[in-house]
Design a protein around this ligand. Structure first.
Ligand code: HEM
Length: 294
């Protein structure tokens, strides 16, 4: 992870998000890492993931190293969980202890990737219910969304925001107006540039800090889903939490660590009993694949 993040800090963001998208689909069982096969429809192809997730080669490289030293012991799901913690530290975030022992699934679920993962234009109540479904509270959600202090989003995920209510929520200072112009030139109103990217935290894009929450208070969240947590009609509770983390970076770090462990402990009961340690994170071990779930 150190090599990967040194060569490009974006890699930290890719790995953290990959872990999140693994855990929200049948638990943290490495299902997101599986490639499509004739009999398995992978999660990578589902709309929230396609052309968007990355970091798979980093996980492959870590896995290869571990397999050559100590074959058949460390699951891909555990590797991804530790890599996400290390990614966080490497860009300035907190350290936490990672409980281990996850097993890798023999299935993936395209359908759950479609329904369980929150999207940029999701309403706040719907986002909250997706977290509650995973056993995560409103506080967990606001703290975990703080991962948007690093990483980038594609134009197609922020177009409706920058031509929608961005101007209304933002503080209209000279830097904020200049930033909006930049975003609009990255992401033209009439289409085109769908894959152009912008930092979600334009103040400290590669640093894991609490600046994301300051942006929300200034009305400059990049995604509708981000700004909803502060400015939405139903945001009374989430707004107070945003204010708390903006005022108290240590409180944010402590809660992020706690919530990240909680997210990393979402278990797939099926993999817990019938899981395996994959030899290659992209494929289930020969002869062990089950029919694709759902
Ligand atoms: C609260 C609900 C959330 C929504 C609606 C959401 C949505 C999104 C979207 C739309 C993107 C941009 C993807 C793209 O344009 O390709 C993104 C990026 C990202 N998300 Fe979230 N996210 C949420 C929560 C989380 C959580 C819980 C984490 C991790 C703890 C996370 C970590 C990231 C990271 C690190 C990136 C940047 C990835 C990159 O640079 O490629 N997000 N998210």
């Amino acid at each position: 992870m150190e090599c990967a993040v040194l060569s490009d800090p974006r890699n930290a963001a890719l790995i953290i998000r990959l872990h999140f998208h693994d855990c929200f689909v049948q638990g943290c069982d490495g299902s997101v890492l599986l490639d499509n096969t004739v009999t398995l429809r992978g999660e990578k192809q589902a709309p929230p993931n396609i052309h968007s997730l990355g970091g798979f080669r980093i996980i492959d490289r870590i896995k290869n190293k571990i397999e050559s030293e100590c074959p058949g012991v460390v699951s891909c799901a555990d590797i991804l969980t530790i890599a996400a913690r290390d990614a966080t530290i490497l860009v300035g975030g907190p350290y936490w202890h990672v409980p281990l022992g996850r097993k890798d699934s023999r299935t993936a679920s395209y359908e759950f990737a479609l329904t369980n993962l929150p999207t940029a234009d999701e309403s706040l109540p719907s986002m909250i219910s997706k977290f509650l479904l995973q056993g995560l509270s409103v506080t967990d959600m606001v703290a975990l969304a703080g991962a948007h202090t690093i990483g980038m989003a594609r134009c197609q995920n922020f177009r409706s925001r920058i031509y929608g209510n961005y101007e209304l929520t933002s503080s209209k200072t000279i830097p904020s107006e200049a930033h909006l112009k930049d975003l609009q030139s990255t992401c033209p109103a009439m289409g085109g540039g769908e894959s152009n990217v912008a930092s979600m935290d334009y103040v400290t894009p590669n640093l894991f800090d609490n600046s994301y929450y300051h942006l929300l208070i200034h009305g400059e969240g990049l995604l509708n889903s981000d700004q909803e947590m502060y400015s939405g009609l139903t945001a009374a509770q989430t707004k107070e939490i945003v204010k708390k983390y903006a005022a108290d970076p240590l409180a944010f770090f402590l809660q992020f660590s706690e919530s990240f462990v909680k997210m990393g402990n979402i278990t797939n009961p099926e993999s817990f009993v019938n899981g395996e340690v994959r030899r290659n994170c992209r494929f289930v071990n020969a002869g062990t694949q089950k029919d694709s779930a759902a």
